[in-house]
Ligand binder design. Structure first.
Ligand code: IMP
Length: 432
């Protein structure tokens, strides 16, 4: 460490939860900086599986201060539910801290999300329906209600008086469902604010003080580079900056406070929701990857679209995030395949393109240019244990070639190799 960011290099679901949880072993603070409960981080410890959406992935380690930064959008109903679920399994949430500047997802945001998607018809983004986009839109339009407002009745009433009538009109215009009466919303928000009050603070001050004292801070990204509002496959993206640059605004730290940036890359590619996906495999092979990799959304349960690894995307992620390390996940899922393809560029109407294009039209026409590598044999649990004990060199030769191929193309070292869901199915090359 002392400060490290963990970001997704693809369309989310790369296994950031597992890697964050693994790295959190050495962390003092884990800090979320963007997104909301659209995220789904699955963490498996022994026989217990936790699907976290809003709580940072360090929440299961009792010594860690887990911070929800100002750049996150918080649905208080969902946050309280998740806090309760973690508590019910015997874990403490005493180390949770919530920014007083974070924007709040209110019921009308969810209604708007649904109504806007319906209005887009076959051009729908395929959102998670959690109200994320409408909440960020209100933040930018200066109609947002922040966590701090929930703790002050006068301020909450003032904000709702201004915003509520506008939301009612917007939802009616789009033919959405009826919004709860204002007084009911106010009472509900206030009551939840009281429960959250002990955890609310100025988290920018907290995180900066921790860094100044030499504490180890892990910034946890949600979603992935290709879902970034500016750099992803717009408009088929989420509404926040998922890349490492989002840390500065989403936590309130200077850019010089992020020392290492680790990009999590799945050994193949997946995407939930609509939008371009040049290496998508439609048919048997795609379904095989989906089933073998358990590629179903942790938040919505939707099946994920699957395809070959795409180094054009990884190059995009390396450049935008300033990646200093890679973690490659789910290599076990590719085991047993005879040949494995990796896209290294696109052919767009006769032109070779090696930087990810902005234009949807270009992406629709993009034919991946593949290189093919030999696959490797499957292994059982005993083999896995032996390989983990002996380290990287004990992995199948063709798997190592695959990893080296990624390193050469990306010019970033793969410091963590994950060959299974569990915390211990990890080969940490930082230790050699
Ligand atoms: P929203 O974030 O709910 O507005 O959804 C916008 C797009 O981002 C949709 O395609 C979602 O499927 C996708 N998305 C949002 N969060 C995640 C995530 O955590 N993993 C993968 N895709 C996500």
């Amino acid at each position: 460490m002392p400060t490290i960011a963990v970001v997704g290099t693809q369309w989310g679901d790369e296994g950031k939860g597992k890697i964050t949880d693994y790295l959190a072993e050495d962390a003092d603070l884990v800090v979320r900086y963007q997104g909301g409960n659209n995220a789904g981080h699955t963490i498996k410890i022994g026989s217990e599986t936790f699907a976290l959406h809003l709580l940072p992935s360090g929440i299961l380690r009792p010594w860690i201060i887990n911070v929800i930064g100002n750049g996150v959008v918080i649905d208080p109903h969902e946050l309280l539910k998740e806090m309760e679920a973690v508590r019910a399994k015997g874990h403490s949430i005493g180390g949770l801290r919530i920014s007083d500047r974070a924007n709040v997802i209110i019921k009308y945001h969810r209604l708007l999300d649904g109504a806007e998607e319906k209005n887009r018809g076959d051009k729908g983004v395929g959102t998670t329906g959690r109200g994320i986009g409408p909440c960020y839109a209100d933040k930018i339009a200066r109609y947002g209600i922040r966590v701090g407002d929930l703790l002050d009745e006068g301020s909450l009433r003032e904000r709702l008086d201004l915003v509520y009538p506008i939301k009612v009109k917007q939802i009616a215009l789009l033919g959405g469902a009826e919004v709860d009466p204002k007084e009911l919303l106010l009472k509900d928000l206030q009551a939840m604010g009281e429960v959250l009050r002990p955890y609310v603070t100025d988290t920018s001050v907290l995180v900066n003080q921790a860094i100044d004292r030499g504490k180890k801070v892990l910034f946890e990204g949600a979603q992935g580079t290709m879902l970034d509002i500016d750099h992803g496959t717009y408009p088929y993206v989420t509404s926040s900056n998922c890349i490492s640059g989002g840390i500065c605004t989403g936590v309130g730290v200077g850019p010089n406070k992020v020392q290492e940036v680790l990009g999590v890359m799945k050994a193949y590619t997946t995407r939930v929701g609509s939008g371009p996906f040049p290496t998508e495999l439609i048919g048997e092979l795609g379904t095989e990857l989906m089933n073998k990799g358990g590629e179903f959304g942790a938040t919505t349960g939707r099946p994920r679209r699957c395809g070959w690894l795409d180094m054009v995307i990884v190059e995009h992620a390396v450049r935008l995030n300033g990646l200093t390390q890679l973690a490659i996940t789910k290599l076990d899922v590719l085991s047993g395949m005879k040949r494995i393809k990796v896209a290294v560029a696109y052919d767009v109407e006769g032109t070779v393109v090696d930087h990810f294009p902005a234009s949807l039209r270009a992406l629709q026409r993009a034919e991946p240019i593949y290189e093919e590598l030999d696959g490797w044999e499957e292994w059982d649990d005993d083999d896995a244990r032996r390989m983990i004990e002996r380290g990287f060199e004990a992995l199948p030769k063709n798997l190592r070639t695959y990893v080296k191929f990624v390193e050469e193309k990306s010019r970033v070292r793969a410091s963590i190799i994950s060959i299974g869901k569990e915390r211990d199915k990890t080969i940490d090359r930082r230790k050699v």
